[in-house]
Design a binder for this molecule. Structure first.
Ligand code: G6P
Length: 367
């Protein structure tokens, strides 16, 4: 096993560091400078994508978070209406299916029981077709879907998903770009493809943050709770950061849209609860900053992951970790990396079984 870990202490750390290569591999041969090749999705892709008028994304866990980010992309860059739901809810409720709705299923393993059941339910309900994003070519999901875009992350051993997540998002960028072209948004398509091409390098640069993030991790070791905040497409990044931390360090963590702070979580903020904020530059930065002031005024300790362009400075109780700036579409991906590293280093310091956290399975194949 030590050989397979390739010199890394845990599979999770190895898989975090494999992300630039895994993302590059997932992009390889699937686009030109101008756009995405329909052939990347398999035979019959063009017809099914042409017919799709809206997307329903279904997934579980980390894959669900990838879907949440994709919704922002679909609506912003392709003007494509998009809904996202966890599979365990989707499969057991009544649906009013709008004509031309394509089901997009995201699953690393392709064997998650609720995801497969949701797919079968969607067939019964008359969805226009099923497109899968999956990491395992011989999985049940790939067999049952009409179209598949395989992530090429390679085997993911750590139970907490890292490279599967970022390669799913890479695949989603390509799919949304294909819709942008169809929906008369060539500039949206070009921006998505350009950003996707910049992704391996951007991820490589953000991995340099490991040292400072590991130092911050020391301040989480004795904590019982943590709050993660984000806005817009970085809200799901906050959810994913909280999920990673709880999965492997067993610290209770919640992800929240920063604008909801006053509607509940602010009551919990005091000097014992670290608050992590994902604060890229952009239209929502000013609003996020005012949310952060609320935390600070209550003695909350803030850890702010902010790209250079956000120009935030550290102060007492307000620690800024500068994240290299990246094009807007890939900023949620780039901001995920330091949160993966944070969860990893906190878990190591707490001495948990990082690759096999208690009570969790890599793939939930029973309901
Ligand atoms: C489990 C794993 C998670 C994963 C989720 C969905 O909970 O521990 O890492 O995100 O299942 O798995 P899937 O294979 O469908 O992406």
């Amino acid at each position: 096993e030590a050989v397979e870990r390739g010199g890394y202490r845990h599979f999770m750390l190895k898989e975090i560091h494999e992300q630039p290569a895994a993302v590059a591999e997932t992009l390889e041969g699937r686009h030109t400078d101008a756009g995405v090749l329909d052939a990347a999705l398999g035979p019959g892709a063009a017809g099914l994508l042409d017919a799709a008028q809206r997307l329903q994304i279904v997934a579980c866990g980390t894959s669900y978070h990838a879907g949440l980010i994709a919704r922002y992309w679909a609506e912003e860059y392709a003007g494509l209406p998009c809904e996202v739901e966890v599979a365990s809810e989707f499969r057991y409720r009544s649906h009013a299916v709008a004509p031309g709705t394509l089901l997009l299923v995201i699953s690393q393993s392709g064997e998650t029981a609720d995801v497969l059941a949701a797919l079968r339910e969607a067939r019964r309900l008359g969805y226009a077709g099923v497109l899968a994003i999956c990491n395992v070519p011989e999985s049940s999901l790939v067999r049952e879907a009409d179209l598949t875009l395989l992530t090429r992350a390679g085997p993911e051993i750590g139970v907490a998903s890292t490279k599967a997540f970022t390669t799913q998002l890479t695949a989603l960028l390509l799919i949304v770009a294909a819709f942008a072209r169809r929906r008369g948004r060539p500039q949206g398509e070009a921006e998505l493809v350009r950003s996707a091409v910049a992704l391996p390098g951007a991820i490589e640069r953000v991995l340099d943050l490991e040292e400072p993030v590991a130092r911050i991790a020391e301040q989480f070791v004795d904590r019982a709770h943590a709050l993660f905040l984000g806005r817009g497409s970085h809200f799901p990044v906050a959810l994913e950061g909280a999920l990673k931390l709880k999965e492997i360090s067993y610290i209770h963590a919640e992800g929240y849209p920063a604008g909801e702070l006053k509607h509940g979580p602010l009551a919990l903020v005091d000097s014992t609860m670290p608050v992590v904020a994902v604060a890229p530059h952009g239209a929502l930065l000013e609003k996020l900053q005012s949310n952060l002031q609320e935390v600070r005024a209550r003695g909350g300790q803030l850890f702010v992951f902010a790209d250079d362009a956000a120009a935030l400075r550290s102060a007492d109780g307000f620690q800024v970790v500068p994240v290299p700036a990246a094009p807007a579409p890939i900023s949620p991906i780039v901001h995920t990396l330091p949160l993966q590293l944070l969860a990893y280093h906190v878990a190591v310091l707490r001495g948990t079984d990082v690759d096999k956290p208690r009570n969790l399975a890599k793939s939930v194949t029973v309901e």
